[in-house]
Design a protein around this ligand. Structure first.
Ligand SMILES: [Zn+2]
Length: 268
């Protein structure tokens, strides 16, 4: 099968031609425009602070959300991308509330995998409250496999992209909790995560900001949710002896080349 795509670039750090970029170290795929910041903004901020290249790709524009509009959310997503110092941010324009693994949607995600060629891929967990999150998990898993198949030809920005599968597949935590396979110390980057989260001001509670009383309240627009977000990160941090942590599960078994890898100074 052949697909020709020109994905919607929400943000790009430096003006470059639409050609396959230098591979990113980590790609985050999410169902909705604020999901990545909420669930793994800490490791994103950490990686970019280390000089690594990170991109985020959203499946939908969040147009079914109770608050905000696609135009407002697009501006907010670009601002969050700037705060997180992303290399690039895309939106795939899959209908919100109706994510499925159709051939067209799979091709859109394969385009992202082949274009960004990430070592690490972060995406939603298999079991979630919002069906879009579960369906995005299934869509990414399908695209991951098909991205390695040479019979699937994808042209992105006028260029046919080579097959590719990321090395590491990790799922981040959204509403439902699970026992993570590992935790990452994000204490030094938790404030940047919060700033990127506050950039989605139409969706979330921002301390000290005037609240839009005309919009319906949602789970994440309350001050209590912000406290919950911090408390979970603090709880996870406590498990590894640091202030704040984020937890992840590996889809495939993790292996070490040497027992010495566990002797790295910041291995918790
Ligand atoms: Zn979501």
């Amino acid at each position: 099968m052949n697909f020709t795509l020109s994905p919607d670039i929400i943000y790009r750090r430096s003006a470059t031609a639409n050609t396959p970029a230098t591979p990113v170290d980590m790609l985050v795929i999410a169902a909705h425009p604020d999901d990545a910041e909420l669930s793994c903004g800490g490791v994103v901020a950490q990686m970019t602070a280390e000089g690594k290249r990170v991109a985020i790709v959203e499946c939908t524009q969040g147009e079914m959300g109770s608050r905000g509009t696609p135009d407002i959310r697009r501006v907010e997503a670009a601002e969050a991308a700037r705060i997180l110092n992303l290399t690039e941010r895309w939106n795939l324009h899959i209908p919100d509330g109706a994510i499925d693994a159709s051939p067209e949607n799979v091709a859109k995600v394969v385009a992202a995998l082949r274009y960004f060629r990430p070592n690490i891929l972060l995406f939603p967990p298999v079991f979630e409250r919002h069906h879009d999150h579960e369906n995005a998990h299934r869509l990414v898993r399908t695209a991951y496999f098909q991205s390695g198949l040479s019979k699937l030809q994808i042209e992105v920005f006028g260029q046919n992209l080579a097959t590719y599968r990321p090395k590491r597949l990790f799922t981040y935590m959204q509403t439902y909790e699970f026992e993570p396979d590992f935790y990452v110390d994000v204490s030094a980057h938790f404030e940047t995560k919060l700033q990127s989260y506050y950039a989605h001001a139409s969706q979330v509670f921002v301390p000290g900001a005037a609240q839009n009383q005309n919009e319906p309240q949602t789970l994440i627009s309350s001050p209590e949710f912000l406290e919950y977000l911090k408390a979970r990160a603090r709880h996870f941090g406590g498990k590894i002896g640091v202030e704040y942590a984020e937890g992840f599960t590996s889809v495939e078994p993790l292996g070490f080349g040497s027992m010495s890898d566990l002797l790295a100074p910041d291995f918790r």
